[in-house]
Write a protein that binds this ligand. Sequence first.
Ligand code: EPU
Length: 417
Amino acid sequence: MKILEIEGNIPLTGTIRIGGAKNSAVALIPACILSDNKTTLTNVPDITDIEVLSETLEYLNVSVTRASGSIIIDPKQMVNKTIPDELSNRLRASYYFMASLLAKYKKVSMYFPGGCKIGSRPIDQTLKVFRALGATIEEENCLFNIHADELIGSEITLDMPSVGATVNTLIVASLAKGETILHNAAREPEIVDLATMLNKMGAKITGAGNSTIKIVGQEKLDGCFHDVMPDRIEAGTYIILGALVGNYLRIENIIPEHIQALLDKMQDIGCDLEINQDSVVVNANDNLMATDIETQGYPGFPTDLQQPFVTLLIGCRGKSTVMENIYENRFMNIPYLNKMGANISVKERCATILGANKLHGEEVEATDLRAAASLLLAALKAQGKTTILNAGYLLRGYEEIIEKLSNVGAKIELKEI
Ligand code: EPU
């Protein structure tokens, strides 16, 4: 097991550069195989989720070449095989291969996807899209066998603006016959990034970033070059860190508009932020005021920043509430934050934080990626030493996190026990 040892309460100064977006890259990579030609992605984050997708590509006989931030994907020799449970269950994004293999071969066989255990996370919306386009789906013991004689565009309304179902629709409809109109689509920037890449490959997608997206299916797609957009969740996490222990901490290579909901909230509670075109400079401030947040799809407050933001609220004066509307199980960090000195109670999907409390070092355990980020921020703020067990979760979504934090002055060590 990987553990992190952190010495807290050290002011952090310097620059942290944000890498490519995990949730964008994990959709772009499976989409690359729609073509028979080579695609080069740059600004690909060096995280374990990307390693798992690369392994999946190699399992499908796709050539994968990685070099300093880029990945070259060449599907010329690709074969369509059942994706086994040990590859599919390691991350949620594995189910983007359901769409790309179905689109390319009209047939796919794979197990239920994995991902952090933050809620039930069904895939019914994706299956609804596949059926609407003409696919037949059989499921036995979590193995999905999906095939279609022909995939034909359709008009579909999602029950909720699911990111995963929107990604899968863009991928599968890009090679279907005719036009697909998707209503109640997710509007996340990662969807726009995917549509941009698919259009470079020859797809005809309009409206990405809005609730209605139109996809005109093509017979073939080509390879392309694409630069992955910056990771808004990594950016948000470090900006929150700056509000906890920053001493002129600069977070660069960001698109501030992508984290507007976070920046607005931070300014409301009194954070000291200097927002520039592609960077934010942040200083810690011990006079922050409590607030209420509610997670929503983009452009609302992102669920992926809810847990890190709770850590910031611990030090804010007054009573804050956090309503988690997207996932039913995204408060697993709370017992550990309380162990470190916070005063937080949870009732169903609402957490109430009574501030302003001081944190002290403890042994805590990460239960999912963003819970790990929340505990890491708490550890960097706390007095004394914290040990985070199961720290491997962090490496799924934060590239070079030890180096990035050490470079700005943090005392942090990753160990294997
Ligand atoms: N949902 C359904 N049926 C579906 C799909 C979703 O009921 O078929 C429900 C989910 O259970 C959830 C809600 O709809 O309650 C939203 O799920 P969505 O499909 O939007 O999320 P996702 O595609 O599984 C992606 C990110 C998550 C991020 C969410 C919301 C990836 C690989 N994952 O998940 O990222 O929290 O969108 O923005 O893109 C993370 O990075 O830590 C992470 C969990």
